[in-house]
Design a protein around this ligand. Structure first.
Ligand code: GDP
Ligand code: ZN
Length: 311
């Protein structure tokens, strides 16, 4: 019997696949592996091992949808990998390890209404990172029992979804669960905003390494721990990956950053100069929109801050 499933974990060539109600421990079909060995055979001798490992990780990653031939005792053989929609890649400790999770659907960017107060400049950076990875962001304004979620309202006209929660009051938890259903979600955000508490409220006992996001730990402490998906009993999966702790955009050009501000997008073609930096150029459509109040001054300043060191 062939079933379709999703890869939860890969450990030493064994792939844990979640298929409906079952969890299968799978190997790769022979010629899927051969395909990869063929790829590495052209590499220079001293690099073979490294290349091989990276390529192997790329053949199948956590989050891949696969077709599995089911065997006895919850085993199976992966026959086919279905096309990826998205892929999240980061270099780990000393650039050696790549944490790859693919097919993430959305990023829950958690901030608190108070304790700590929302740092909207930081939130903007998370949003740009999500946009750059083409992951749909959901802004979660937690701890609404301690503060007013009003500061987050400036994101509504841009089109971002704001989800207000309180773990203490149990507010918004059920709705958050519904947002996670059927989808792969990564939880990111500064430390102390309540990510672990939210996940634990969604599913008691859920203990993710994403809880370490933003904490100052010894460099490389968790980097050898591989990524995994945790299936939720209410439906959907939460991505648990040490790489997501560095959920920051890397190597984006000024142009790409501007494109990650959804409220700029329709304006970008309207600047007088094709290579407009939206700083002090005459005829800049973005600056004009800021002056007219169509684009928030604060968001514009956020763009300026993010591109300050770029040519
Ligand atoms: P994380 O670092 O983002 O994972 O944050 P934690 O889940 O560890 O939460 C940090 C602190 O905030 C803990 O003391 C939690 O009990 C508390 N906390 C989490 N959510 C809420 C909330 O909705 N309201 C209040 N008042 N406290 C919360
Ligand atoms: Zn411009």
């Amino acid at each position: 019997m062939i079933v379709e499933g999703i890869v939860l974990r890969c450990i030493r060539g064994i792939y844990t696949v979640h298929a409906g109600a079952q969890v299968l421990h799978c190997t790769l079909r022979g010629n899927l592996k051969k395909q990869f060995e063929f790829t590495t055979s052209t590499a220079r001798a001293q690099r073979v091992t490294r290349v091989r490992r990276n390529v192997l990780q790329d053949v199948i990653a956590v989050g891949d949808r696969v077709r599995v031939l089911v065997g006895h005792h919850n085993t199976g053989v992966i026959q086919e990998v279905l096309p990826r929609r998205t892929s999240f890649t980061r270099a780990g400790f000393r650039g050696r390890e790549h944490t790859v999770v693919c097919n993430i659907d959305q990023v829950a960017i958690v901030f608190a209404c108070a304790e700590p107060n929302p740092d909207l400049w930081k939130l903007d950076r998370f949003l740009v990172a999500a946009e750059a990875e083409d992951l749909e962001p959901i802004i979660v304004a937690n701890k609404c029992d301690l503060g007013d979620p009003k500061p987050f309202d400036e994101y509504r006209p841009i089109g971002y979804r704001i989800h207000v929660t309180s773990v203490v009051l149990g507010k918004g938890i059920h709705e958050l669960k519904q947002l996670l259903d059927e989808r792969i979600t990564a939880f990111v955000g500064p430390s102390g905003v309540g990510k672990s508490s939210l996940l634990n409220a969604i599913q008691p006992g859920l203990d993710l390494r994403t809880a370490d996001i933003g904490h100052v730990t010894h460099k490389g402490r968790h980097t050898t721990t591989a990524a995994q998906l945790i299936p939720l009993r209410s439906g959907g999966w939460v991505a648990d990956t040490p790489g997501l702790r560095q959920f920051e955009f890397l190597d984006l050009s000024r142009e790409e950053i501007a494109d990650c501000f959804p409220e700029f997008r329709d304006l970008l073609g309207g600047c007088r100069f094709d290579d407009c930096r939206h700083m002090s150029e005459p005829g800049c459509a973005v600056k004009h929109a800021v002056e007219q109040g169509a684009v928030s001054q604060r968001r514009y300043e956020s763009y300026v801050a993010m591109t300050a060191d770029l040519p």
